[in-house]
Design a protein around this ligand. Structure first.
Ligand SMILES: [Zn+2]
Length: 683
């Protein structure tokens, strides 16, 4: 019998048959798709085809089959996990990583694709076809496969060493975090801290066999102390221990010191960049991003810092004044910042979250969400009870265009439950595909973790959760509106990483409009929309200290970029001081060691890429401004956004798509408008 009949995971063209999928089908399904993939690669390498149909399409089809199997498995792992499923998932994930490494090191396959680009046929292919191949070749080059034997070996060794150093860096931060704690026996020391947080400290003490309370450097503990502890000495000790983790300073000076690792990581990144033909690690990082070059990013950051700094200085002065007048703090210290901020927020901008939640029962939010999508894009979501799901909370919708044609599908799964990972995310279920004469529409998963309904009330969302819901909707639309038939560059796939949050953050901003919120809110008892008073409070809270937030992000991004450029040398403390000199309004003490715990760039994927947060925010804020200028919920603007950005995916540079939508490059001023720090000037 055909395996696709017996193993539902292999039925990769139809929607996943969630009711039939079992953990023990995962390994055999992977055997099949990985085996097919290997056979395809071997055939291409052996026959050296010169046509797109023979050199590219079989590879793409084999990739798509793997993705189809794996997206169903990883979705189930994320939303309906069991011990058996997790075990199969972990093993499968390892096999996929291995397969990918093997393919990306295949020089013969790389050579076939390069030869394909030199044919006369290739020049006449549609843009998307060429871009898909070019992207793959670029990824091959970045994996070192195009290097001569000696360099290739060195590059591979560097990659391994860098990955080990990153892990060691992260572990040192974890170990330093775990190593420090303060035993508290006098309850008075914890004054100001909530009951829940105090209970957390009591648990930490019990876990160590101690009476009283234990304050640790875990994030919830640090944040509780720095934000709420009235005892200034306790705040200072926690701030000091936290800010010197894994360094040559502080209570565990030298014990987990990341100084040497930072130096080695920088050296290896520089060497790796040079081997690949880049001037420095920044150019290496930007090779796959929207930002064109280091000079542009530097100018962007300096300009943004310059624009935001006056607001940051005003906010700092407001904090200092409030601290002196109301809290008896004559000179603000870094360990006072969160505490004073929270007091000022409570005094001037307090929002009662429970009160706000009452206005956002989930059914009302979903109805308003459907209305918003209809008003903006002319699409309707039609619930399909006949499509199998894995839990009663999940629902599948057909996405119908204005003319009634079904153009996409989306699984919406909104509530927290056992076996479901926390957070919110979008993932792809099926790509848009041409299959003979029939078309397959793109399908996405939209997952959130809202509180389930209780006996007394429906599921009530916080405003922040409404924002999150629209954020993930933006990612979904990117996938659902694609018109690109090459899955590797459709929707969010292959889209420049520093622009990927453009659709999501742009959609988020609709949750900050009064009229849109009127449509998405309705008190669960009275049906009344969110009051103007609550809305104004939410808005004020959103804008609270946002100038200081922006300059801090600029400081980190500048540090990351300057350090990887190497123009100011390799001493991280000298470089961060230079970054602070340019933008900071809060100067940590000389012994503070921010770089030593900066896992984003030394143990995460943000090396020479931290600027992406701000870069994407400028794009989304400026994109949203175009909607605002046209009256916000505007069909023409939405259609242009869909045509010029969402539907194109990575088939052309994001910069071109943005320009086509906006009529010009992004204006950094938009970020200040978004944060309420400037009025928008219409030019
Ligand atoms: Zn996002």
């Amino acid at each position: 019998m055909d395996e696709t009949m017996t193993n539902p995971l292999l039925d990769t063209l139809e929607l996943p048959r969630f009711g039939d999928i079992l953990p023990d089908q995962i390994a055999p399904a992977l055997d099949k798709v990985l085996g097919d993939h290997r056979a395809v690669v071997e055939r291409i390498v052996a026959t050296q085809p010169r046509s797109f149909a023979e050199a590219w399409l079989p590879l793409e089809r084999a990739d798509t089959a793997i993705t189809a199997v794996w997206s169903a498995v990883s979705h189930l792992h994320g939303v309906a996990d069991t011990p058996e499923l997790r075990a199969a998932y972990v093993t499968g994930e390892e096999r996929l990583v291995e397969n990918n490494l093997e393919v990306m090191q295949n020089q013969a396959l790389y050579a076939v694709l390069v030869a394909l680009t030199q044919t006369t046929e290739f020049a006449s292919l549609p843009d998307a076809d060429r871009v898909a191949v070019d992207h793959r070749i670029r990824d091959f080059v970045l994996s070192g496969v195009a290097l001569e034997a000696e360099d290739r070996a060195r590059f591979a060794a560097i990659s391994v060493e860098l990955s080990q150093l990153s892990t060691a860096f992260g572990n040192a931060v974890l170990d330093a975090t775990d190593a420090w704690f303060e035993h508290v026996e006098d309850a008075a020391l914890l004054a100001g801290i909530s009951e829940a947080d105090t209970a957390m400290f009591a648990d930490a003490a019990t876990a160590r066999g101690l009476p009283g309370w234990v304050v640790t450097l875990q994030m919830p503990s640090v944040s509780a102390v720095l934000t709420f502890a009235e005892d200034r000495g306790l705040r200072e000790r926690v701030y000091t221990a936290y800010g010197t983790r894994a360094s040559d300073q502080g209570p565990h000076a030298g014990q987990f010191d990341n100084s040497g690792r930072i130096a080695s990581i920088l050296d290896l990144r520089r060497e790796g960049a040079r081997l690949l033909g880049f001037t420095d690690p920044v150019a290496w990082s930007l090779a796959t991003k929207m930002a064109p070059d280091a000079a542009t990013v530097l100018a962007f950051l300096r300009d943004l810092g310059h624009r935001a700094k006056p607001a940051a200085i005003r906010e700092y002065a407001e904090l200092a004044e409030f601290a002196a007048d109301h809290l008896g703090i004559a000179a603000l210290q870094p360990w006072d910042m969160s505490y004073v901020s929270d007091r000022l927020r409570a005094a001037r901008y307090a929002v009662d979250e429970q009160e706000v939640r009452a206005y956002f029962p989930v059914d009302r939010v979903i109805a308003g969400w459907q209305q918003l999508l209809d008003r903006l894009f002319g699409i309707r979501l039609i619930a399909r009870a006949d499509v199998p799901v894995y839990h009663p909370d999940a629902c599948y919708y057909d996405v119908a265009d204005e003319d009634g044609a079904i153009i996409a599908g989306v699984y919406v799964d909104l509530h927290a439950r056992t076996g479901k990972r926390g957070g919110a995310w979008m993932a792809q279920a099926r790509p848009r595909l041409k299959d003979g004469n029939s078309r397959r529409v793109p399908v996405a998963y939209l997952v959130c973790n809202f509180a389930p309904k209780t006996d007394g009330s429906p599921s009530l969302l916080s405003h922040k959760e409404v924002v999150t819901f629209l954020h993930e909707t933006g990612h979904c639309l990117h996938h659902l509106f694609t018109r690109i038939d090459r899955p590797s560059i459709a929707g969010t796939n292959g889209f420049e990483w520093d622009a990927i949050e453009l659709p999501s953050q742009l959609m988020e901003d609709f949750a900050w409009d009064r009229d849109v919120l009127n449509g998405m809110s309705g008190h669960y008892q009275t049906g009344a929309p969110l009051t103007a008073e609550l809305f104004d409070k939410l808005l004020a809270a959103r804008r609270f200290l946002s100038g200081m937030f922006v300059v801090r992000q600029v400081e980190f991004a500048l540090f990351d970029l300057l350090l990887h450029l190497g123009t100011l040398g390799s001493d991280p403390m000298e470089v961060i001081e230079a970054a602070r000199e340019a933008v900071a309004v809060v100067r940590p003490p000389a012994w503070h060691r921010f770089p030593h715990g900066f896992t984003h760039i030394f143990a995460g994927g943000y090396a020479a890429g931290y600027y992406s947060y701000l870069w994407a925010e400028v794009l989304s804020a400026d994109g949203f401004q175009r909607f605002a200028e046209a009256g916000l919920v505007d069909r023409v603007t939405a259609a242009t956004f869909r045509d010029e950005v969402l539907s194109r995916g990575a088939s052309r540079p994001a910069a071109d798509s943005f320009r086509a939508f906006r009529g010009r490059d992004a204006d950094p001023q938009a970020i200040l408008v978004r944060h309420g720090l400037a009025v928008h000037d219409d030019r």
